[in-house]
Design a protein around this ligand. Structure first.
Ligand code: UDP
Ligand code: MG
Length: 342
């Protein structure tokens, strides 16, 4: 039986405490998988940590020949860090895992089994969320329902980044170079054979979540504006609706004036109409602004991340072609797209 190659990609920011704990679990799982003819590798991506995470990673790499390390030049955010990691996986499948132990590595064999059955995108679906407040759970619930209604891209409920991507799904993902990376949407956009793997999301093993409510709200906005233009249409309909109301109202006052004369009164109605219309216009402008701002950011075509340090495994986590050879290669992110598009 041939060996299947599997790279576990882990983006970490300030996870010095959690990483060693996760690594022990992960190493055990990969040992077991090796007996099942799976060659497992680990790629840790340091997303601009300030707490010694990089040193911890180097320690782990020294003790385990399967570990490759990537360090970004600063904090680019989880999405960019994951993209950086996935860009380096040029052979076999990849599994994305959180560094904090919330995605149990013990499930890896089940992901692999589904991959071997021919699935391209095996995504973990959260059945239960330990250690998360009701507000976060409720807002996540609402968000998934809203985005599913608004967008034509299938975005399954209660999924995160915890998933296995087959080589062809990875290749597809690498072609999507937009700056505003709403990963769940990008995975959904790819299509191919997808299957959900229900699991229980555990509480963090150490440290604290980097996503507060404000960040989650922005994340939701990101998702909706990246994968749906429905809000723009909403502005149109709202405008139409208000215009219709205004027309009916105008008809009413003109008729009234014709029959009963034209008393000067009307200040309150005028004020309310002006204020209402002003509000609607501002909302519509804001919506357009959201999209325009994103258009502006995309148009700059900056790379998605910059690499500070890259240490492949002794075995080589990817083919030699993708290893940086000098400064130019460091702007790996967007430059690859250029050549793919050309
Ligand atoms: N993370 C990252 N860069 C960031 C923020 C987070 O790489 O700027 C990583 C973090 O180290 C963890 C994963 O993304 O491995 C999920 O982050 P977190 O646990 O804070 O999010 P939550 O599980 O609360 O959604
Ligand atoms: Mg977490």
């Amino acid at each position: 039986m041939s060996h299947d190659l599997l790279t576990v990609v882990i983006a970490a920011r300030d996870e010095a405490q959690a990483l060693p704990l996760l690594h022990v679990r992960l190493a055990r799982v990969l040992d077991a998988l090796a007996d099942d003819h799976v060659e497992g590798r680990i790629l840790y991506v340091d997303d601009g940590s300030r707490d010694g995470t990089w040193d911890v990673m180097r320690g782990l790499a020294n003790g385990d020949r399967r570990v490759a390390l990537l360090r970004l030049s600063r904090n680019f955010g989880k999405e960019a860090a994951l993209t950086a990691g996935l860009d380096r996986v040029e052979e076999g499948a990849a599994i994305i895992l959180d560094a904090d132990g919330q995605d149990p590595p013990e499930l890896l064999p089940r992901f692999v089994a589904l991959w071997r059955q021919g699935y391209d995108d095996v995504y973990g679906m959260r059945e239960q969320r330990d250690g998360e407040g009701w507000l976060k759970r409720a807002s996540a619930h609402v968000f998934y329902r809203v985005i599913q209604r608004l967008s034509r891209t299938p975005i399954p409920t209660d999924t995160g980044d915890f998933r296995l991507l087959s080589p062809r799904a990875l290749a597809a993902l690498r072609q999507l170079r937009e700056r505003h990376r709403f990963m769940k949407g990008l995975f959904g956009w790819i299509g191919y054979n997808r299957v959900a793997l229900p699991y229980r999301r555990e509480a963090r093993v150490a440290g604290h979540s980097k996503f507060n409510l404000w960040k989650l709200w922005n994340f939701a906005l990101e998702g909706i504006t990246s994968f749906s233009t429905a809000p723009l249409r909403l502005a149109t309909y709202l405008g139409l609706f208000v215009a219709l109301l205004a027309f009916a109202y105008a008809l009413m006052i003109v008729t009234k004036a014709l029959f009963y004369g034209d008393p000067v009164a009307g200040w309150p109605t005028m004020m309310s109409v002006i204020l209402f219309l002003g509000g609607v216009q501002l909302v519509a402008l804001g919506l357009i602004g959201e999209y325009l701002g994103r258009l502006y950011e995309e148009s700059k075509q900056r790379p998605l991340y910059l690499v500070e340090d890259w240490r492949p495994t002794p075995a080589g986590v990817c083919s030699a072609a993708s290893q940086p050879s000098g400064g130019k290669r460091h702007a790996y992110g967007a430059s690859t797209t250029g050549s793919q598009d050309a």
